[in-house]
Design a protein around this ligand. Structure first.
Ligand code: MTE
Ligand code: MO
Length: 389
């Protein structure tokens, strides 16, 4: 009954769980465009999709340790200075199925498409917090506020029927350069119900779990969010921690995601004729505003590597000079699509890995980063292709 009013969805999405609805596009749809179309964007939910019956009576409440409490209508929010950010949202569970294949993990299975690149339109959280009496770059407010909690209206089993919530540090929330957004638009259109209508948070460079949808209130608090998804989920444990010896408070909540890369075409298990030219393509991204330095492809099991060509970002660079950090800023939260065309002799394995702007590299083996919740699988991505008979 709770799931009777779900919005329509594109039939090409691969459904990983029906109720709550969790689905991802086929990988080839991801590399089809730099900006991911709304209907092809992954959907990650923990309860039924809420319905806002009367948009004119909606209010966003700013509460807790805010010097000035605010209650903002959608009209009031839209009248504030508009800001847009190009940012890739990625679920921490992206590539979970591959982690579970080596040793079972708990959580909804995901292939390589639990991410998408969107143009988010809205207002900067730092602008709204300024209206609430908290200046930019505040690490702790005079009355002891240190975290900003985002509270939704959905009903999550994990919260015993309560709403989804998450928090970020006050310093990040009040930093205009961190570009944490109260978004009412996605790709130039009004947010859809699946993606958080009427208002969602977008925390660029951070795991999707902190980008709270269907935002109802913002609470300024002295400690981080004590909810399930901040304290008992979306944390990374070492491979030796299991369900018998886990101590949840021993680890911090996940925030920035690590350097990541995956091959979207050709698809795993596809048939290729020896000698034909094949276009290998995929995505690469890193968290925390770190850009992608390069993407490398190997056809010999990782003995030798060739650099792939990056594509389709918002700007182009001459091939003989790097883009300076200053120019890079505009799309530092977004993925890079890449390709490399070559002939091959199947059956063979294609491997891809990326290096980010801080020289972080991806781990080779998923076993080394295995964790019981199956989060942050950023091991080298492999695709096996077969010989066309
Ligand atoms: N916000 C609410 N209110 N409820 C949720 O279940 N899921 C989170 C986040 N925000 C969630 C939420 C998770 S885990 C992710 S990865 C992203 O939303 C997914 O955003 P999307 O469905 O718009 O792609
Ligand atoms: Mo997620």
């Amino acid at each position: 009954k709770d799931y009777e009013n779900e919005p329509p969805r594109h039939p090409a999405l691969r459904i990983n769980a029906k109720e709550p609805f969790n689905a991802e596009p086929p990988p080839s749809a991801l590399v089809a465009s730099y900006i991911t179309p709304i209907d092809m964007f992954y959907k990650r939910n923990h309860g039924p999709i809420p319905i806002l019956k009367d948009p004119s009576s909606y209010r966003l409440e700013i509460t807790g340790l805010a010097p000035k409490k605010l209650s903002l209508s959608l009209e009031a929010i839209r009248s504030l200075k508009k800001h847009t950010v190009v940012a890739t949202l990625q679920c921490a569970g992206n590539r979970r199925t591959a982690m579970s294949d080596t040793r079972k993990v708990k959580g909804v299975g995901w292939g390589i498409s639990a991410l998408g690149n969107g143009i988010w339109g809205g207002v900067l959280l730092s602008d709204v917090l300024e209206l609430a009496g908290i200046p930019c770059y505040t690490r702790r407010s005079a009355n002891g506020g240190k975290h900003v909690e985002f509270i939704s209206v959905d009903q999550c089993k994990e919260e015993k029927g309560g709403p989804y919530r998450a928090s970020v540090p006050l310093l990040q929330a009040t930093d205009p350069e961190a570009e944490v957004l109260l978004a009412y638009e996605m790709n130039g259109e009004e947010l859809t119900r699946d993606h958080g209508y009427p208002l969602r948070i977008v925390v660029p460079g951070v795991i999707g779990a902190r980008s709270v949808k269907w935002l109802a209130s913002i609470d300024i608090c002295p400690i981080e969010c004590q909810g399930f998804f901040q304290q008992q989920d979306y944390k990374m444990f070492p491979p030796w921690v299991d369900w018998n010896n886990i101590v949840w408070p021993s680890r911090r909540p996940l925030m920035d995601f690590p350097v990541q890369c995956a091959i979207c075409t050709p698809s795993d298990g596809s048939f290729i004729k020896t000698g034909t030219t094949v276009k290998i393509s995929g995505y690469a991204l890193s968290g925390g505003g770190r850009g992608i330095e390069r993407v490398e492809v190997s056809l010999d099991g990782g003995r030798t590597w060739i650099e792939a060509t990056r594509l389709q970002s918002g700007r182009s660079a001459p091939s003989n000079s790097y883009i300076s950090d200053v120019d890079e800023q505009r799309e530092k939260w977004a993925w890079v699509l890449w390709e490399y065309s070559t002939t091959m002799t199947p059956p063979t394995t294609i491997i891809a890995k990326a290096v980010d702007s801080s020289a972080n590299v991806q781990p080779q083996k998923v076993e080394d980063i295995w964790n019981l919740r199956g989060v942050l699988n950023n091991s080298w991505h492999e695709v096996h292709v077969k010989a066309e008979p």
